[in-house]
Each structure stands twice: as C-alpha cells, then as structure tokens.
Design a protein around this ligand. Sequence first.
Ligand SMILES: NC(=O)c1ccc[n+]([C@@H]2O[C@H](COP(=O)([O-])OP(=O)(O)OC[C@H]3O[C@@H](n4cnc5c(N)ncnc54)[C@H](O)[C@@H]3O)[C@@H](O)[C@H]2O)c1
Length: 270
Amino acid sequence: MGNNLLKGKKGIIFGALDEKSIAWKTALKCFDEGAQLVLTNAPVALRMGEINKLAEAVNAPVIGADVVNMDDLKNLFQKSMEHFGGKIDFILHSIGMSLNVRKGKHYTELNYEWNQKTLDISAVSFHRVLKTAWDMDALNEWGSVVALTYIAAQRVFPDYNEMADAKSLLESITRSFGYHYGVKNKVRINSISQSPTRTTAGSGVKGFDGFMNYAEKMSPLGNASGEDCANYCVMMFSDNSRMVTMQNLFHDGGFSFTGVTQAVIEQMEK
Ligand SMILES: NC(=O)c1ccc[n+]([C@@H]2O[C@H](COP(=O)([O-])OP(=O)(O)OC[C@H]3O[C@@H](n4cnc5c(N)ncnc54)[C@H](O)[C@@H]3O)[C@@H](O)[C@H]2O)c1
C-alpha cells in the first residue's frame, strides 16, 4: 500500500516489456501511489502480449507507438488525453536499443545506418516525445518527465559501445528541452542514471555479469535494484521534487563518486 504520493496524477509509461523491465516496476509503484496510467510500447513488443498482464494490474489502456514515428506519438498523446479527460502530469521514457550491439559490431566498426537508428530510438526519441507533448500542449504545469540513462555517458565502459554516445545525447536533450519547457510551462525534465539491472536491454551488454558484480563491489550501498529505481521515479513524479529540473541524477548506490573500495583492493591483491 502506497502513500498517495501521486494521487490525482496522470502519466504515460513507455517501455514495459516484461516484469523485469524498469518501466514495468515503475508502473506498479505509480499505480500503488494513486496515479492513473497509460502504457505504451513499440507494436513489435506489444505482440509478445506480456504487457496485457501489467495493464490489468494497473487498470490502464495500452496504446502502441513506435517512438520514432511522429504520427504514432501524436495518436498516443491524443488518445491518452481523451482517456484521462485532460492533460498529463508525468512521463517515463524507458527505452533503449542498439542495433550494432545486437548485431555484434565492435565500437570501432560501427555500421552507420544502424548507428543512426540506435541514436534515434534511444536518444532523439526523447526529443520526439517532448516535442509532441509541446506541440499538443499535453502537459500540465509542474509536470515531470524522466528518462533512464547510464553512467557510460560520462565514463568509458568499452562494451557499452554506441549506447554510450546515445546516452550522452539523451542527457543533453534532457538539459536543453528542460530549459525550454521550464520557461514555457514549468515542466521539469530529468534523467536518472541507474545501476546495472538484470533486464532484457541490460543483459544485451557483453560481459553483463562481470559488469554487474564489479558495480556491486564498487558501490558503498551496492547496486540499486529495479524496484529502487521505480521508487525514485515516483519521487521525481511527485510534488516533493518540484524544483528539480535539467539534472542527471545518479541512482547507483554511490558508484559514480567512488574511486575504489576495500572489496576491489582485496580482489586486486589476490
Ligand atoms: N538494465 C540496465 O542495466 C540499465 C541501466 C541503466 C539504464 N537503463 C535504461 O533503462 C531503460 C529501460 O531498459 P530496461 O533495462 O528496463 O530494459 P527493457 O528491455 O525491459 O526495456 C527497453 C524497452 O525499450 C522498448 N523499445 C525499443 N525500441 C522501441 C521503439 N522503437 N519504440 C518504443 N519502444 C521501444 C522495448 O520494447 C522495451 O520495452 C533503457 O533506457 C535503458 O538503457 C538500463
């Protein structure tokens, strides 16, 4: 049982693929905190059918949208506002896809056509979502928009490949659009930089287990789980974080500011 932190608020959640998805866990928490929701994902993901279970649990319609298709996004916002009977208070962008990673291309050998698609789906899509909302005046004042990102945007993690570039762009769009939407409508826009988390997208990164164990040992609090991330999203959608905007918020148990830990030193001495 929640604390009604999102009572009366209406939100769109992008990217719930299956119950491991961060978006899935966030939808459950938002519902528990009193929000009304619309769920969306790419038509190909909807065909898996898993999302219907979530839709039932959070009493939400599912409206398909390929996030790089502007007509799909327009239709999504139009139908969402009809469903809610008014404007939207929060959006979660929980979308990532790398064609070069999927097809095993090394960072030094990128296929640029695939690279363009990766950047479009994983980063420019955030601009597309925000521009659609802006053009349709779909967000309430003090609305809150969150995108999920990873620290490879700032530091090198070699196997994160082209997604590191995509996340850098995503974080830049967060700041730039955050400025304009803040001035226009007091809408706030932030990214949450999450610990490695065992999901379909996460596990696509080469050497993910080693990656995850290393992060666990390098974080004073340990890795943040998907549930922890969902709780943080709820806080960012709530009125308790009203003056936070244009930030990249590390949600990683302290990993981002740790130089080394005793556990890693001991490992190196073996
Ligand atoms: N899992 C991790 O370790 C981790 C760490 C930090 C940040 N993140 C980020 O969290 C977000 C969510 O990923 P996740 O780990 O929950 O994995 P996930 O695979 O469950 O979610 C990724 C989602 O993106 C959707 N998607 C892909 N192409 C799309 C398109 N064209 N249109 C609409 N939706 C599309 C997929 O259908 C899927 O639902 C991503 O941005 C990811 O980069 C993940």
